[in-house]
Design a protein around this ligand. Structure first.
Ligand code: NAD
Length: 428
């Protein structure tokens, strides 16, 4: 988000147009799918701890709900823009469709920096967000979830406000809830693990022995942490992770020759995924510039932080050793970088497939809430693995059969499913 000229929604539309051309989509379908169905912009007034009132800007975008209620996270970020939210809502539509769950695409956000807000102020933002938009969301309309810099606690405050307004218990309104409060086992692990289920299957197809594979990861938040953990469990080594340093207002890469120790790093990581660089250096970690993660001699790159990280400039830094890019983050790769990656023959697991584990588990959470019966962690992860593996294999097979780029293949599957739902409903 640091690059002001980058517009995530234009990128999402570009990606869509590219595949719409290949699919020969008619004009009405294009007009339907390249724009959100609905967009809500609102103000959230909050009485701050010092007694002053601050007004925050909030958004909710529902890109498409032909296949089921809209679904998507709520981000808290100081540089949040409605175009980023629109792009993310669009990607949610494709994400739910590619893993074939009966949900549509939505996304929300608030322009704010939780680093500088007390818990009480954050709670007021959450409750204020619901007060502004409760008529337009709900278990059968649009179901929010945590995302960048929001957590289960934020979701619970939102649920509490929603249930208070509606005067009934509606645990299916929101997902990513804490365990014991309607949350699902496995949700914390789901996105990072989902990335690695795909990586595992891709390794088999590319003839890479995962036990000997090396990876470099951008980010050390929820997605990255669990991706690193499962990759390690499968025997792979993670050369480095990178993260944002709140104090220095820049990013760093933390590298260890024999592979990073995830549990050690977790012990010196703050709740926003920032690593203490003095403690890391004292433990023998090299502390390198933020971009160093992309220029490592590894088999696999896993961008799992933000959008626009693999771009026309940084793509030049990718070493010949890299055989695969697994996109944990949403929109980490720009179309310019895609062209280079394609020409170099690097295998890509595109974002809305790779990181679909989160929404798949959120769907499981809703199912469990509706039954009021909860599965064990093993059951959840087993079902997650099945869904992710099936989705990955379907995309990889289409890419192989039609000789198309993995991102295009994933788009083809999703766009066709959503277009079909719109047609069957008589919308187009
Ligand atoms: P998070 O807030 O838990 O972690 C983000 C990480 O990125 C932190 O370690 C932070 O320090 C790091 N970071 C921020 N700016 C950086 C920079 N400029 N350079 C290097 N590192 C930087 O977020 P998360 O939940 O792990 O989400 C990461 C990405 O994955 C986002 O794009 C998000 O939209 C996407 N995603 C998340 C989920 C989920 O379930 N959490 C699901 C799907 C997609």
């Amino acid at each position: 988000m640091a690059d002001k000229s980058f517009n995530a929604f234009e990128m999402a539309q570009k990606q869509f147009d590219h595949v719409a051309d290949q699919l020969n989509l008619d004009q009405a379908t294009r007009d339907m799918l390249r724009w959100p169905l609905r967009e809500y912009h609102f103000s959230i007034p909050v009485r701050m701890d010092d007694g002053s009132v601050k007004v925050f800007r909030g958004f909710r975008v529902q890109h498409n709900d032909a296949r089921g209620p809209a679904k998507g996270g709520i981000r808290f970020h100081p540089q949040e823009t409605v175009d980023t939210v629109k792009a993310l809502a669009t990607w949610m539509t494709w994400k739910c469709a590619v893993v074939d769950i009966p949900l549509g695409g939505g996304k929300g956000g608030v322009i704010c920096d939780p680093h500088n807000l007390s818990q009480r102020e954050q709670e007021q933002i959450c409750r204020g967000w619901v007060r502004q938009v409760w008529k337009n969301v709900g278990p059968l309309a649009d179901v929010p979830a945590p995302d960048v810099m929001t957590s289960g606690q934020h979701m619970l405050w939102m649920l509490d406000e929603f249930e208070h307004i509606r005067g009934e218990k509606l645990p299916g309104f929101i997902t990513g809830k804490p365990l014991g409060m309607g949350g699902s086992q496995g949700r914390t692990e789901a996105t990072g693990y989902g990335v690695i289920y795909c990586v595992r299957e891709a390794c088999k197809q590319l003839g890479i022995d995962i036990k000997k594979a090396t990876a470099a990861v951008q980010g050390f938040g929820n997605v990255a942490q669990y991706a690193v953990k499962l990759f390690n469990q499968y025997g792979g080594k993670v050369a480095c992770v990178s993260c944002w340093d709140q104090h220095d207002q820049t990013s760093y890469t933390f590298k260890k020759k024999d592979g990073i120790d995830v549990d050690f790093l977790l012990g010196i990581t703050d709740r926003f995924g920032g690593i203490d660089k003095k403690k890391a250096a004292a433990a023998g970690y090299e502390v390198l510039p933020g971009n160093a993660w992309i220029e490592q001699d590894v088999d696999i790159l896993i961008p799992a932080a933000l959008e626009n990280q693999v771009n026309a400039e940084t793509v030049k830094l990718i070493k010949p050793s890299v055989k695969m890019i697994a996109e944990g983050a949403n929109g980490p790769t720009t179309p310019e970088a895609d062209a280079v990656i394609k020409s170099r023959g690097i295998f890509v697991i595109p974002d809305f497939l790779a990181n679909a584990g989160g929404v798949t588990c959120s769907y499981f959470e809703q199912v469990q809430c509706n039954m009021n019966y909860y599965w064990t962690k093993e059951e959840v992860l087993q079902r997650l693995d099945e869904k992710m593996t099936a989705a990955f294999l379907a995309v990889a097979e289409l890419a192989k059969n039609r000789g198309v780029y993995m991102r295009d293949a994933a788009y083809m599957i999703s766009i066709q499913r959503v277009a079909e739902a719109c047609r069957m409903r008589g919308w187009i």
